[in-house]
Design a protein around this ligand. Sequence first.
Ligand code: SF4
Length: 97
Amino acid sequence: MSQAYTQDLPARLAVNKYETDDENSHIIVDQQAIDEEGVAELLIRICPAHVYSRNPDGTLAVEYAACLECGTCLALGRGAVSWHYPEGGMGISYREG
Ligand code: SF4
């Protein structure tokens, strides 16, 4: 049985819970590889959580606390992105599991 969603996406995502690991980022980007592979704009465009953006100096910024753990950036990052699940208990907890 399908469920009709009446709220927009940001409102639905807001009911999930995040435990932020302020000490350890689970996403590391190799800025040189990002430039060499030309994947910065791709990462900015494909991340559903808008984790990636440009710093004023042109390097790639990573707001890892917002990550939805979908793995898309790891799959498309051409080796410039090092990604693993957050340490135990950290990261996102989906409302519906
Ligand atoms: S795993 Fe998904 S949500 Fe997290 S940073 Fe990568 S693309 Fe964005």
